[in-house]
Design a protein around this ligand. Structure first.
Ligand SMILES: NC(=O)c1ccc[n+]([C@@H]2O[C@H](COP(=O)([O-])OP(=O)(O)OC[C@H]3O[C@@H](n4cnc5c(N)ncnc54)[C@H](O)[C@@H]3O)[C@@H](O)[C@H]2O)c1
Length: 313
């Protein structure tokens, strides 16, 4: 099986690429290596996966169809995993165009090239951000979508385009609504690593009163592997979450028990207008479909993340 993975130098794309390369899959990776966060970590991730003979890299932007098309034409790809996107909720307040280009135009290019080349399986990243603020939990896949920010809107739009393509052209497409993924090689712009990396001062929005349904990266790897084996037909959408919301202040306590943060000043701020208060997803659908074992506990996940962090400093 030859798999195209877009966003392979990103947090999730890198982890999945490495996991699948270890299992012997042939992977074509693409990424534009943008500087939304420090490019150094993206290059380090790339260096790791470049060690594999079954990996080939192409630096390109998926919103550039001329470049993307060449990849589909030159390679006998049968599966596409689209993770390239402008991520981040807060950044979308001031930079909506970046989301429109990478997430909407880019994803359209992925869909269209996959259709032309009769790709057997397409899996793409959506987000819990499609739901917006909810009052009833856990959130089910069938609940209404009311994104609160432009990022979530582009993901909702991806889902609509994907479902239409699947119905119209009989394509097998699967969307994954990730809920706050964390773990080794994580994103420095996201809460956990941002806090871990901070030395003296930390801006804590909504005084840390948010709840997030944290999902450990190795569970995500396994979900992708099971999905590749399962080859679901038609259009499918899943929540990918641990069904265990945790308050941000609790996460801070857990991290503090491993790292010396005595001299850190926490600057308690108000709610950021693009942020939702709570995420808590129902994960019955994915568990049942993939016969997935229990999700990793937050304590085990944080411990692995801290071990990795200590090995890097
Ligand atoms: N990490 C999470 O908790 C989370 C939650 C919900 C959804 N997601 C989605 O999962 C996917 C992966 O997220 P991540 O956390 O690994 O983010 P990331 O920013 O670490 O990875 C995205 C990668 O895609 C690349 N990229 C961005 N735009 C591109 C473009 N136009 N062309 C080519 N490459 C491009 C970036 O350089 C980056 O390496 C994204 O679609 C994101 O929206 C992530």
């Amino acid at each position: 099986m030859k798999i195209l993975i877009t966003g392979c130098c990103g947090f999730i794309g890198f982890n999945i690429s490495k996991y699948l390369l270890d299992k012997g899959f042939k992977i074509i990776g693409v990424d534009n290596l943008n500087d939304y966060y420090n490019v150094k970590i993206k290059k380090e991730r790339l260096k790791e996966i470049r060690k594999y003979k079954n990996f080939k890299f192409n630096k390109l932007d998926i919103s550039n169809n001329k470049q993307l098309k060449k990849i589909f034409v030159k390679n006998k790809i049968n599966t596409v995993i689209n993770l390239a996107a402008q991520a981040g909720v807060r950044y979308s307040i001031d930079n909506p165009r970046k989301y429109l280009l990478s997430n909407t135009v880019g994803f359209y290019n992925i869909l269209e090239n996959s259709r032309i080349k009769s790709i057997k399986n397409l899996i793409f990243a959506s987000s819990s951000s499609v739901y917006g603020d909810k009052s009833k939990f856990p959130i089910k896949e069938t609940d209404n979508l009311n994104p609160k920010n432009f990022y979530g809107l582009t993901k909702k739009n991806n889902e609509e385009m994907a479902e239409t393509y699947s119905n119209l052209y009989k394509m097998n497409i699967c969307g994954l609504r990730f809920f706050t993924v964390y773990g080794e090689w994580g994103r420095p712009d996201m809460f956990m690593l941002k806090y871990i990396n901070s030395k003296k001062k930390f801006n804590l929005f909504n005084k840390g009163e948010h709840y997030r349904d944290f999902t450990y990266i190795k569970d995500v790897n396994l979900i992708f592997y099971k999905l590749l084996k399962k080859r679901l037909k038609g259009y499918n959408i899943f929540n990918v979450c641990s069904n265990n919301p945790i308050k941000i202040t609790k996460i801070i306590e857990k991290i503090n028990s491993y790292l010396d943060k005595k001299n850190m000043k926490i600057n308690k701020l108000g709610l950021q207008r693009a942020d939702v208060i709570k995420t808590h997803g129902d994960n019955k659908r994915i568990k049942k479909t993939l016969k997935f074992r229990d999700f990793t506990s937050i304590d085990d996940g944080i411990l692995s993340l801290i071990d990795w962090y200590k090995s890097k400093i």
